[in-house]
Design a protein around this ligand. Sequence first.
Ligand code: ATP
Ligand code: MG
Ligand code: MG
Length: 583
Amino acid sequence: GRMLPDAMNTKEIYAKHLKRTKGTFYTRFPPEPNGFLHIGHAKSINFNFGLAKRKDGKTYLRYDDTNPIVEKGVYIDSIRENVTWLGFTPFKVTFSSDYFQELYELAVQMIKSGDAYVCHETAVQIKHSRDYRRKHKKSLPSPYRNRSVEENLELFERMKAGKYAAGAATLRMKGDLDHDNPNMWDPVAYRIIFAAHPHVGDRWCIYPSYDYTHCIVDSLEDVSASCCTLEFENRRESYFWLLDVLKIYKPVVWEFSRLNLEYTVLSKRRLIRLVEDHHVSGWDDPRLFTINGVRRRGIPAKAINNFCEKIGVSRSNNYISPKVLNHCARELLDPTSIRGMCVLDPLKITLENYPEGKVEEIECLNVPQNSDLGVHRDPFSRIVYIERSDFRLVDSKSFYGLAPGKEVRLKYAYNMKCERVIQDESGNVSELICSVDFNNTNTIKHGHLHWVAQPNPGQDPPKVELRLYELLFKSKRPGRINTDDSKAADDTVPDNGEDEENDAEDTSETPKWLLDLNDNSLSVVNAFASRSVVDRAASWIDLPAWECAFQFERVGYFCKDPDSTPEHLVFNRTLALRESKDK
Ligand code: ATP
Ligand code: MG
Ligand code: MG
């Protein structure tokens, strides 16, 4: 019988292989360019590039592009760009389609050795014989299985020459119909597809299947370790079987669990639904955990990599809390993000003892814990705005904000005391009259409020648009009965990437997981911003928006959104300041 690498000593395989590669350890990241990358792909990228790096090796970015119907140039470009943004440099960028000629020649070799045949069973018929095999433990071989080599060679040429309609013929590998593993039941190697391919154009009308292509290209590229997610585990057998038949190098294969994140969905089918139904603004909506979405929200690439390293790689099912990613982002943003002030729900204050017409410049450190990062200056004047929620008519012990007769500190500026409250007919507070203590006589421990002042007498502070995000879903595992004990749920549920199979069966208008959408995941606020924020954001025109990161004091971490124009700045809230405020 043919030997599986499992049965051999992995060390031995590596030793032999590394001799041939002159010591270079190769890995690959093999996305199909049929969608945008998400944080799960980042785990795979981080792992494959990381593994090679630890061994002084090299990593291919290989587009697994064998189905021209679903693959597109925009995905090819975006994937490349995302890998670069994440900080990884592929040793080479390759395409499975670069090997179409070799793959074709190997198929001919298989026909010649009697290991493949042209089959005219329809997809429905193939499925029927497989179901029959499962149910009755008895195989139903294709009626075309025993054709002569000559006939198969001729028919395969006809397939290649476009003489058949799509679906009228396939090339099938002669596997083992009595094998326990269904992937060994004569898998399809080639099918006919009349569609232009995004990388090789219309040269071909026969396209190799994933099962046929993946292992061969791993072998041709001399990949040392072929790492993939667990749902591919049952394909090991056909992977090694095929390379044995072709008598070519067999890489070491191993699997790790997919990353699943709580309170979101990652599978392509679900992401497409969210985008197409306009539940989100696009593939890069900051509420999505696509790479483009997370980036637009302002999460640094390094935080994603730190997150991937933190969660590690194993074979156990994992649903990870988004708080783990938030933690990694805060760690990086806190010591680097430039401070600024924004008031979301302004309450007007007139400082009665502050000279009319006077404007002074208040100096603040860009990052309080690091004076090397410089300072910025913001105007202070007689009219200032504070957050409405920082004032209460009735004070209490646990409230550190302003109240009648009480003194607080306007951050970086003066102590301020509330002298009088102006209310309209219905009792709403419309303005406060306060006084400042130019000497800051009292030490104020708690109650340092953020504020924005009129930059010139009679002139409103600049306005900016803030987009505040919450989680897109109300439940940890959208579409599933919610349970706080996620461990219990994990035991009963196979890890196949968010119940994709259930999705396929759920034909209802609105699938269950969509009912878990959080209707309040986005609020848009027009806020007053301090001048330094606006000036800095406007001067950063040549920087990608996600590089323009701020911390708006007491409100959160923000970054500029690409929707911004010099006249209308838009910021996304990346995160609240503290984990306890995470939503
Ligand atoms: P999806 O269906 O979620 O878009 P996919 O499996 O179709 O993902 P591929 O383009 O085949 O995406 O993925 C490229 C690589 O990324 C594969 O090796 C795959 O195993 C890995 N990968 C995809 N999703 C995840 C995930 N959630 N966690 C870890 N690795 C993943
Ligand atoms: Mg894919
Ligand atoms: Mg998939």
